[in-house]
Ligand binder design. Structure first.
Ligand SMILES: NC(=O)c1ccc[n+]([C@@H]2O[C@H](COP(=O)([O-])OP(=O)(O)OC[C@H]3O[C@@H](n4cnc5c(N)ncnc54)[C@H](O)[C@@H]3O)[C@@H](O)[C@H]2O)c1
Length: 356
């Protein structure tokens, strides 16, 4: 069935890739990408959007008027706009992160209500509190931390963090605004019969991510190696053993495509979604892979003190989403880093100008 899909943050990493992949899979869908172009580098995605016949709208989800769509039907909103930095608001005003990540989501929900549109919400593993995550039992191995088999906290096993992990405690303004949005979405489902699915994603990675030090770490690491710039292992004694799971944007697309085609089956569900143990890397391991792929060995520094908001390890336990949908990730860490490398190599001049 033909759909009109609005992707907010549609010129960003996740939004632009989802737009391009959706249009390729469903040429009869009309895909609108709305973005306020706040993220440096998002402008590089506009040509791709145009080439793939995606309608671009310059707009800001903080402004209700930008979301009026009086003359257009919308059947689905994929909410993927955000101020996505976990450090947002700490050394700057808190207004932007709160107004975009929370109030902006409310504006999107109102639009969904008006248009009777479904919602797929891109949430984050950062909704889990930092103190609780720092208290899980871990093992220290040669190149990484791992999650121990024995745990005292519910919702964590050696498979990772599940949706039942405790939610009490601070988690950054980024994580809090995303969790608050999740709660409001659940109220809209209950009160207004809206249909929505929430995906709490671990690190998403792949081409066209404008990686920077506080968001998009795997691209940032590959940039450093490709352009021969030094990098630092920050925190946890500067050993580089901290671990994240990573999911290729194409694997995430497969899940979202499945969800949007069977919305009634997944309505109201919250899923942890990520690479899981199999697709996870420590910084040390990332350095090794980046060296192998680029052939460059760069200078690696150490900053022993932790930054605010750092966590030693995050692995998504995908059990629930796998059980409900049958979806599995296909891409391994090396595939993801190779795809990032190829994209940087093919666009190095412009990326160097815009991002370094
Ligand atoms: N990339 C990840 O690792 C990751 C992990 C978990 C969750 N997420 C979530 O996925 C979504 C997309 O993240 P991303 O990695 O693509 O980030 P991104 O910064 O690449 O893209 C976000 C886009 O939103 C736009 N934007 C910001 N404020 C806006 C506003 N007020 N109105 C309209 N557009 C606005 C930016 O210009 C940018 O193009 C976010 O909701 C984020 O919380 C991302």
């Amino acid at each position: 069935m033909s759909k009109t899909i609005l992707i907010t943050g549609g010129a960003g990493f996740v939004g632009s890739n989802l737009a391009v992949l959706l249009k390729a899979r469903h040429p009869d869908f009309s895909v609108i990408a709305l973005d306020n172009m706040k993220r440096q580098g998002s402008e590089l995605n506009l040509e791709r959007l145009r080439k793939h016949e995606i309608i671009f709208m310059h707009g800001d989800i903080r402004n209700k008027e930008d979301l009026s769509f009086d003359d257009k039907g919308i059947s689905l909103i994929i909410e993927s706009s955000a101020e996505p930095s976990v450090l947002a608001g700490y050394n700057s005003s808190t207004e932007y992160v709160i107004n975009t990540n929370l109030m902006g989501t409310v504006n999107c929900l109102e639009l969904a209500r008006k248009k009777k549109a479904d919602i797929i919400y891109l949430s984050t593993s950062r909704i889990y509190p930092i103190k609780q995550l720092s208290e899980i039992n871990i093992n220290e191995e040669e190149t990484r931390f791992t999650i121990a088999d024995d745990q005292d906290i519910s919702g964590v096993t050696s498979k990772g963090i599940s949706e039942t992990f405790p939610l009490d405690g601070a988690r950054s303004l980024y994580g809090t605004t995303k969790l608050a949005s999740e709660l409001i979405i659940q109220e809209y489902i209950e009160m207004f019969g809206l249909r929505a699915t929430i995906n709490r994603c671990g690190v998403i990675a792949g081409p066209w991510q404008m990686g920077k030090i506080d968001q998009g770490v795997f691209t940032y690491w590959m940039f450093g190696h490709y352009f021969n710039k030094s990098l630092d292992y920050i925190g946890f004694c500067g050993m580089g053993k901290q671990v994240r799971d990573l999911i290729h944007i194409e694997d995430l697309f497969e899940l979202i495509d499945l969800q949007l085609c069977r919305m009634s089956d997944f309505n109201g569900n919250i899923y942890n979604v990520g690479g899981g143990n199999k697709c996870s890397l420590s910084l040390l391991e990332t350095t090794q892979l980046c060296r192998e792929i680029t052939g460059n060995k760069i200078e690696m520094g150490k900053i022993e003190e932790n930054r605010e908001m750092d966590v030693r390890i995050y692995i998504s336990d995908n059990s629930k989403v796998q059980k409900d949908t049958g979806w599995l990730i296909k891409k391994a860490p090396r595939d993801i880093l190779c795809d990032i490398y190829t994209w940087i190599r093919d666009n190095d001049r412009i990326l160097e100008k815009v991002l370094l």
